[in-house]
Design a protein around this ligand. Structure first.
Ligand SMILES: *Cc1c(COP(=O)(O)O)cnc(C)c1O
Length: 392
């Protein structure tokens, strides 16, 4: 039988622009492949850090090798030390927690709300004498409820580090992700809305935090000291000029790409109205710009003859619609268990494992007909599943 969709899906990243090619070649031929001088240096990395920070309304930016070390760097710069604890949500990419481990601290795994974002009310239960910071994740491109989180964080004396790896250009009550905490981290890994294959950035409004970020990412150096002066412990987490050459020209394209995905997400929600048991996961109230890195959908097995999520995903794939299974709750990540603080059950995140599926960003770069194909494939699968329900 022919699948519902035979046409492919858009590639990500989109084809390179002329400007990316030119900048990349200029770096290659110029020979200055890395940015190694002080704060004021005229490098592509320094220029991109400034432009990106300005774009999200933050005063300063420090580019890094990737998003994971950006989180590590932000945590260290905000005072997280070995033996401390850092609160992270249960439904996120594992790097949110492994960055905490990298900083020598223990992740404290908190449950999420019905939007799958960190539940602010969990701080009162989880913050203890060793808790130093909290890392809200702007999941799927929608900012977490940072007002409630900041109020609770202030009460407990915690720093707030935004994990904005999926949220370039997102806004909450009109305020950009990147200005909703003490520091914010973005990723430029291959799957992200802006990418250089790998890469990351930390942005902050606080000059003092910026100075710390800069020193720690540059082997503990000070901008005006010598190359072999390391007044404090630091690491080489610097981005290359190649990465910045590829990233710079993407900045002016971002808003248009978000608009495109927003329109597709709206269409998808509309066509899914006709599919019982497959519906968008709600976004946090107060989201004014959702970047649609992912469309999160709730799968209700009962409406699909009781067939589990994995069987649904395989059937959709056979119809030419490759959805994603998404995250396992961090409470069930065996590799993390020895490093995490006492793991308490997180029922909402754990239930999401069995019921949440993703439409990824590249699929949302397709057209409206493709969104109709997603709904049509789900209807075909549902029809087949209902004819042979799972017996229990
Ligand atoms: C991608 C991602 C990261 C890590 O970024 P890398 O650049 O892959 O290291 C961290 N947190 C979240 C939520 C992510 O999606």
């Amino acid at each position: 039988m022919t699948p519902v969709r035979t046409e492919g899906w858009p590639q990500w990243p989109p084809p390179a622009t002329d400007e990316q090619r030119e900048r990349l070649l200029r770096v290659l031929d110029g020979g200055r492949w890395g940015a190694t001088a002080g704060h004021g240096e005229d490098s592509l990395v320094a220029r991109f850090a400034e432009d990106f920070a300005t774009g999200v309304g933050a005063a300063h930016g420090v580019c890094t090798v990737n998003g994971t070390v950006a989180l590590f760097l932000a945590l260290r710069a905000l005072g997280v030390r070995p033996g401390d604890e850092v609160i992270v949500p249960a439904y996120t990419f594992v790097a949110t927690a492994t960055a905490v481990v990298l900083a020598g601290a223990a992740p404290v795994i908190a449950d999420v709300t019905d939007t799958l974002h960190l539940d602010p009310s969990s701080l009162a239960r989880l913050a203890g004498p060793r808790t130093r910071a909290v890392v809200p994740v702007h999941l799927a491109g929608a900012p977490a409820d940072t007002e409630a989180l900041r109020t609770a964080a202030e009460h407990h004396g915690l720093a707030v580090v935004e994990d904005a790896a999926q949220a370039h250009g997102a806004r909450r009550h009109g305020r950009p992700a990147g200005t909703l905490g003490d520091a914010a981290c973005f990723s430029f890994q291959l799957s992200k809305a802006m990418t250089a294959g790998e890469g990351g950035i930390v942005v902050t409004d606080d000059r003092r935090v910026y100075e710390r970020l800069w020193a720690l990412h540059n082997v503990g150096r000070r901008a005006d000291d010598g190359w072999y002066e390391h007044p404090e412990l630091g690491w080489n987490l610097r981005m290359t000029e190649f990465q910045a050459a590829v990233l710079g020209p993407q900045l002016p394209l971002l808003e248009g790409q978000i608009d495109h995905r927003e329109a597709r997400a709206a269409t998808l929600a509309r066509v899914l109205d006709d599919v019982e048991g497959l519906s968008p996961v709600p976004e946090p109230a107060g989201t004014t710009r959702h970047t649609r890195h992912l469309a999160l959908l709730r799968y209700e097995a009962a409406a699909f003859g009781g067939h589990p999520k994995a069987v649904f995903l395989a059937a959709m794939n056979a119809e030419g619609v490759p959805l994603d299974t998404g995250y396992r709750s961090l409470t069930r990540e065996p590799s993390l268990a020895p490093y995490a603080a006492a793991i308490r059950p997180c029922p909402v995140a754990e239930a999401a494992e069995d019921s949440v599926v993703w439409v990824r960003q590249p699929m949302l770069m397709a057209d409206d007909a493709a969104m109709a194909d997603i709904a049509q494939a789900a209807l075909v699968v549902q029809h087949a599943f209902r004819r042979r329900p799972l017996r229990r």
